[in-house]
Design a protein around this ligand. Structure first.
Ligand SMILES: NC(=O)C1=CN([C@@H]2O[C@H](COP(=O)(O)OP(=O)(O)OC[C@H]3O[C@@H](n4cnc5c(N)ncnc54)[C@H](OP(=O)(O)O)[C@@H]3O)[C@@H](O)[C@H]2O)C=CC1
Ligand SMILES: O=C(O)C1=N[C@H](C(=O)O)C[C@H](O)C1
Length: 252
């Protein structure tokens, strides 16, 4: 029988690398319980049947949007850990939320507290340096590149530079047939490394006359994401509408 004092949480992608850690974290915490563990081939209706109040999604960039729609339409608050939601998808989510304004959707590019802080540090530093580039390094089973964390970091860094009137990073490259200078995300060069042995890592490289600053974060184990997952699960129900980033939950 369900203990009514516990927050009922469903995990989507429950058999995956992140989902299985999330099930364990939600089960081990004293104020939450995992009432549904949904994975590929399972019906989303299980969330409703199980009485989930909050869901957390760690599935796949191709699947996540349908899951968001289902949760919003069924009044289930959702924490989105899955990467790959760009601005046009976020606009779709805002549209669905207009019909269910009481529902909270919290999209979190990275749950590791250190990663959240590193994005803030890079954002703060951005206006003081002529050049900025991002290197993200992940395990080779990752489906998407660049990482959601790198895309979000590029976005906030680019916005900080624009707000301060800083122009593009200086770069004399005119010949790059193989894309060696990386992808351009919001005008910031992003380089994606996929390497056996890694989990999730990122460096923001900032440079100006005579000095450089490197903001680096490393997740060595997926347990590093769990305090952030639990904080998001606890907070999402009291944040109706769309929120992007754990920084808001942490008061940064
Ligand atoms: N925000 C953050 O801090 C973090 C985010 N992530 C993101 O989380 C996502 C998952 O990563 P990871 O756990 O490593 O990936 P995994 O491939 O290990 O896990 C994904 C799981 O979801 C399942 N799945 C796929 N489609 C669906 C669907 N439609 N409904 C239900 N389950 C589905 C997969 O099944 P099958 O294998 O059979 O397809 C698999 O079991 C990625 O987008 C990743 O970038 C990862 C780490 C941290
Ligand atoms: O796939 C992963 O592993 C990760 N995905 C997220 C991302 O795309 O940024 C978060 C973290 O980097 C791990």
């Amino acid at each position: 029988m369900s203990d009514t004092s516990l927050l009922e949480v469903a995990v989507l992608g429950a058999r995956g690398r992140m989902g299985s850690e999330a099930v364990k974290a939600v089960t081990d915490a004293t104020d939450t319980e995992a009432v549904a563990e949904v994975d590929q081939g399972d019906s989303l209706q299980e969330l409703v049947t199980a009485g989930a109040r909050v869901a957390v999604d760690f599935t796949h960039p191709d699947a996540v949007l349908d899951n968001v729609r289902f949760c919003v339409e069924n009044g289930i608050h959702l924490v989105v850990g899955t990467s790959g939601l760009g601005e046009s998808q976020l606009d779709q989510v805002r549209g669905w939320l207009r019909d269910r304004p009481e529902v909270g959707v919290l999209v979190v590019p990275n749950f590791a507290i250190g990663a959240v802080l590193s994005m803030k540090f890079a954002e703060t530093a951005a206006r003081f340096f002529d050049s900025v580039e991002i290197v993200e390094l992940h395990h080779p089973k990752k489906a998407d590149a660049p990482s959601g964390t790198a895309a979000r970091t590029a976005q906030v860094v680019a916005q900080a530079r624009a707000d301060a009137g800083v122009g593009p990073s200086p770069d004399a490259t005119t010949k790059d047939p193989d894309g060696a200078r990386g992808a351009q995300v919001d005008g910031v060069n992003v380089h994606s490394v996929r390497l056996a042995g890694l989990v999730a890592h990122q460096e923001v490289l900032l440079g100006t006359e005579g000095e450089t600053l490197t903001v680096r974060h490393d997740s060595y184990h997926r347990s590093s994401f769990m305090p952030g997952v639990l904080a998001a699960v606890r907070a999402v129900g009291s944040r109706p509408g769309l929120t992007v980033g754990l920084d808001k939950v942490l008061g940064l």
